[in-house]
Design a protein around this ligand. Sequence first.
Ligand SMILES: *Cc1c(COP(=O)(O)O)cnc(C)c1O
Length: 293
Amino acid sequence: MSHNLFCNSLEQKIDHPLYNSHQIEVSFKRDDMIHPYISGNKWRKLKYNLEELKKQKKTRLVTFGGAWSNHLLATACAGATFGYKTKAYVRGERVTNPLMQMCQLFGMELEFVSRDAYKDKQLLFKNKELEHDFFIDEGGAGHEAMLGCEEIVDELGAKYDHIFCAAGTGTTVSGLASALQKNKIKTTLHVIPVLKGGEFILENMHALGAPLDQVALHSNYHFGGYAKTKPELISFIKEFIALTGIMIEPIYTGKALFALHDLMSQNHFKQKERILFIHTGGLTGLLGTLDKF
Ligand SMILES: *Cc1c(COP(=O)(O)O)cnc(C)c1O
């Protein structure tokens, strides 16, 4: 089956009292609507990996992640959709949760490995049937993934002064930065790391060859670290969802959007400026954090 199953995502202007009071136009790039399971940036990151796998005539996707990884679910569903087997090494003790169960429904083989063994992904990979297997790094990270994320910028119909995007590995923002430069677009790229000590994102971006001169890094919106939340973040998310009808979650999109709102409240932007928020999807992450709401 061709891998071109998906269309461009919607670019949607959002009505919100904060944006209205500051007279700033905010649009969302609705990558969350690309597909319910191959969600958001995870589809973008898989796309050219799948092309490469096809070229190399491999038949199985082998990848890595934690038990709530959006990337594992995306890989499992993409495998089932396009006719490839899938296998994941899952970090830590065997657990079962809705995300793992959905991966299994899509036919993914799960192997739980100790945190120690998980560190050497190449070794885990090499143990197996190499001639059929195609390696995809944790979170789908890498050069092919960056190329897929560049297409977000290519799809844009309007011009923006600012783009906001969450960062885990920094692959998605690398694609954005690279495409802005290639297309000579002067937009400032605001990067919000969801992990503590987010300065490493700039190193990751540099390693992927992405330019950093248009990047504004906001490393103080991690709320305690990866998958950590605070009541302030949760109430922000609840209010936003009820006010707009757009789902966001506390792992990635909630933190990035909190940063946008916080900066706007501090008058960081000028009147009439236009902002684009990349909704990177990942809404199944909500399932693992509902107890916080
Ligand atoms: C994986 C993920 C990210 C992080 O993407 P990177 O390319 O690793 O920086 C952001 N948002 C969502 C919803 C994700 O699932």
